[in-house]
Write a protein that binds this ligand. Structure first.
Ligand code: HEC
Ligand code: HEC
Ligand code: HEC
Ligand code: HEC
Ligand code: HEC
Ligand code: HEC
Ligand code: HEC
Ligand code: HEC
Ligand code: HEC
Ligand code: HEC
Ligand code: HEC
Ligand code: HEC
Ligand code: HEC
Length: 352
């Protein structure tokens, strides 16, 4: 009996195998797709979204396979993917069925940029961000083809992110200033901003840090210092630019006073030219950083009480203002004594 059953089963299997054009690996029940009426499947069934093959019990869903039909694949004819009835022969990689129009310029992983919905790419800006080249400012409004200049519009040959890769011509064409002659860096971003209109220089403390444009030098007009738009050989010596100012001084008269022409001895770039350091005062006029008056005054105006006139000064605002009699006592022995600042200074030119 056992022997007979085995032979019988073998016969059925052989018949089925002979009738199965789908290859031995197909695990799905024949009745899922075929009806008892015959092996043929009506043409319209190939295109039904639900993949329901006509007949009561016959229902095949592609989700039963390792390749669910998402997006546009849901309305594709079985035969466009399965060129033979051996279903397992279909391959799952996008590139196995779709032509790489990019001609290997973006790799083989199509799903990195595409879905099965359509071939448009939604994440263009993310894509550029991930490539280390976010499309900002002027680059955001530029056309793809301005940068991706390959033969076809879908070849994305590597360009490289360096500014000079795309702006070499602009760099070479510059005249105001002539970048090449001046030996400027080809990292344009050091001085230019992709977000600023045109090739305006972006300024800011960071970019002009070799000569900070702060305080009295916070000047928008570059040509105030870069005469005629020549950015090279700009002197950084104060006197070179401020000689006329030096010569025009009246209070104090710098030339008459024999002041050094190195302005930084007494000034920084604070607007209005206040003196930040003036130890020369001691030798030139009257000891105030040394001698008896060192530390005894707070403001220049303690002595120079007339604003803007350093020639004018007062001693008696401090010395016994309330009681000139005391001073008179001190000068009992001094015949020419008078109570006036000019007189004090004349007899005590060094404050002692
Ligand atoms: C996922 C659905 C599906 C399953 C499961 C399936 N078939 Fe098919 N079968 C088809 C389709 C589709 C055709 C092509 C029908 C047509 O061209 O009209 C087909 C065709 C056939 C044909 C006719 C071949 C020819 O040359 O015309 C035979 C025989 C067949 N299948 C046998 C089987 C057997 C046996 C099984 C079970 C082991 C099976 N099929 C399971 C879908 C299926
Ligand atoms: C967009 C392409 C595409 C369409 C359309 C498509 N298939 Fe598939 N199918 C595949 C791919 C890819 C596989 C996965 C093969 C694998 O598992 O490696 C597959 C797997 C299968 C399998 C399982 C094979 C196995 O042995 O695991 C069956 C059965 C199948 N398809 C039948 C159909 C039928 C019937 C239709 C139409 C109603 C259809 N497919 C439509 C691409 C498609
Ligand atoms: C087994 C073959 C096969 C595989 C694998 C496959 N496709 Fe398809 N796909 C097709 C077929 C066939 C069509 C319909 C014909 C056509 O539009 O090219 C299609 C259509 C599409 C469409 C619709 C095109 C349109 O014009 O509407 C998109 C988008 C698509 N596939 C994307 C993908 C992506 C992305 C992958 C990988 C994740 C992929 N496909 C994998 C066979 C496949
Ligand atoms: C790095 C991203 C990226 C990858 C990877 C990629 N593509 Fe594209 N693909 C694009 C872009 C961008 C477009 C242009 C569509 C747009 O402007 O939205 C495009 C367009 C397409 C188009 C439509 C072309 C046209 O002229 O309408 C097809 C087809 C296509 N890609 C197929 C593929 C295939 C196949 C692969 C895998 C071999 C692939 N792509 C890989 C980015 C990519
Ligand atoms: C201002 C220049 C510029 C513009 C405009 C531009 N791109 Fe790009 N794109 C780049 C740069 C730079 C890269 C980085 C990769 C490289 O070195 O080529 C890149 C990379 C890509 C890549 C490849 C990404 C990858 O991962 O393989 C695709 C695809 C792409 N761009 C598509 C587009 C599309 C589509 C547009 C228009 C919507 C566009 N680009 C506009 C400069 C630009
Ligand atoms: C992949 C090519 C590419 C790269 C790399 C690139 N640019 Fe551009 N850039 C363009 C295109 C294309 C335009 C718009 C068309 C034009 O003005 O040339 C543009 C415009 C500009 C503009 C506006 C110019 C104008 O005349 O209005 C500035 C500024 C600019 N880029 C700065 C930079 C800086 C800075 C870098 C480096 C960080 C850089 N670009 C890198 C392609 C590029
Ligand atoms: C060291 C700073 C510096 C660097 C680096 C630099 N530039 Fe300039 N660039 C300037 C200055 C300053 C101007 C004048 C701007 C102004 O007048 O506002 C200028 C102006 C320009 C102009 C307009 C003036 C003309 O003669 O056409 C272009 C175009 C230009 N730069 C392109 C570039 C490109 C391209 C790069 C990078 C490859 C670059 N620059 C790098 C400082 C620089
Ligand atoms: C208050 C004076 C002053 C102003 C205003 C000024 N600069 Fe300068 N700039 C200088 C000096 C001084 C140097 C030279 C510094 C050195 O070599 O140490 C210089 C150097 C430069 C350089 C570098 C030239 C080189 O050969 O490397 C550039 C570029 C520059 N300036 C651009 C500008 C731009 C653009 C503006 C207007 C936004 C501007 N500067 C405004 C004083 C000024
Ligand atoms: C030895 C110190 C000293 C030196 C060096 C010096 N100054 Fe002065 N300067 C002064 C003093 C003190 C004042 C008055 C400060 C005040 O009003 O608070 C002054 C005021 C000025 C004033 C405003 C007063 C006026 O009459 O216009 C200008 C302008 C000026 N200096 C320019 C210069 C220039 C330019 C240089 C370098 C070429 C320079 N100074 C070098 C000490 C100096
Ligand atoms: C390349 C030329 C240049 C150089 C070098 C330069 N300056 Fe100036 N400076 C200017 C210009 C232009 C102005 C604005 C016009 C003006 O007020 O004279 C200015 C303004 C000033 C002011 C503000 C004047 C006011 O009226 O408020 C001070 C202070 C000053 N500079 C100090 C200095 C000192 C100190 C140095 C040396 C460290 C120096 N400058 C170097 C060009 C220069
Ligand atoms: C304790 C008093 C005293 C103080 C404080 C003082 N000075 Fe004087 N200064 C004098 C006297 C006195 C003279 C000489 C006046 C003369 O020769 O007509 C003088 C002269 C000057 C002159 C020369 C005037 C000229 O044109 O001949 C200048 C400039 C000057 N002082 C600036 C300053 C500055 C700036 C300060 C603050 C940092 C200061 N002084 C603080 C007492 C003072
Ligand atoms: C800001 C106030 C102040 C002004 C203004 C001032 N002095 Fe004095 N002076 C003092 C003080 C405080 C002392 C005492 C210092 C001590 O005893 O160490 C002093 C001391 C003196 C002494 C005595 C020195 C000694 O050997 O004991 C003389 C002389 C003198 N001042 C002269 C002058 C003359 C001249 C002027 C005007 C050019 C002047 N002072 C302006 C505050 C001032
Ligand atoms: C005609 C010259 C003369 C005049 C003017 C003069 N003094 Fe004197 N002063 C002297 C002499 C001389 C002494 C005494 C010196 C001594 O004893 O060492 C003296 C002493 C002083 C002392 C005391 C010094 C100490 O060592 O205790 C002070 C303070 C002083 N004078 C401040 C002034 C002031 C302030 C004025 C202006 C109101 C002034 N003097 C005007 C000549 C003068």
């Amino acid at each position: 009996m056992r022997h007979l059953t085995s032979i019988f089963l073998l016969a059925i299997t052989a018949t089925l195998l002979a009738q199965n054009p789908h290859g031995p690996a197909l695990k799905i029940d024949c009745a899922t797709c075929h009806s008892p009426e015959g092996w043929a499947i009506a043409a319209e069934a190939w295109r039904q979204e639900e993949r329901v093959v006509p007949g009561e019990a016959q229902r095949f869903s592609h989700t039963q396979t390792d390749f669910p039909l998402t997006g546009k694949h849901g309305i594709v004819d079985c035969r466009d993917c399965h060129s033979s009835l051996v279903f397992e022969e279909a391959q799952t990689g996008c590139i196995n069925c779709h032509t790489d129009l990019h001609q290997q310029t973006v790799g083989t992983d199509c799903a990195r940029c595409h879905s099965t919905e359509h071939w448009l790419v939604d994440g263009i800006s993310e894509l550029h961000f991930e490539n280390g080249f976010p499309l900002l400012g002027n680059h955001a409004v530029a056309d793809c083809r301005d940068c991706h200049t390959s033969e076809t519009s879908v070849r994305f040959d590597r360009i490289g992110n360096d500014c000079i890769n795309c702006h070499f011509d602009a760099y070479q064409a510059t005249t105001m200033p002539d970048h090449e002659a001046a030996g400027y860096s080809t990292d344009c971003w050091i001085c230019h901003d992709v977000a600023s209109p045109g090739w305006l220089w972006t300024g800011g403390a960071g970019t002009h840090s070799f000569f900070p444009l702060t305080k009295g030098h916070a000047i928008n007009e570059c040509t105030a210092c870069h005469i005629g738009g020549d950015f090279t050989n700009t002197p950084n010596d104060c006197f070179a630019c401020h000689q006329a100012d030096f010569q025009a001084t009246t209070s104090p008269d710098h030339e008459a006073g024999g002041f050094p022409t190195d302005c930084t001895v007494c000034h920084n770039t604070d607007p209005g030219w206040p003196a930040t350091d003036f130890t020369q005062h001691d030798d030139l006029y009257f000891p105030i950083f040394s001698g008896k008056h060192n530390g005894e005054w707070n403001e220049c105006t303690d002595c120079h009480t007339t604003a803007g006139d350093f020639k004018a000064f007062s001693c008696i605002d401090c010395h016994e203002h309330d009681d000139p009699g005391d001073l008179a006592d001190e000068h009992n022995e001094v015949s020419d004594y008078t109570y006036s600042s000019q007189a004090c200074y004349a007899c005590h030119p060094k404050g002692n």
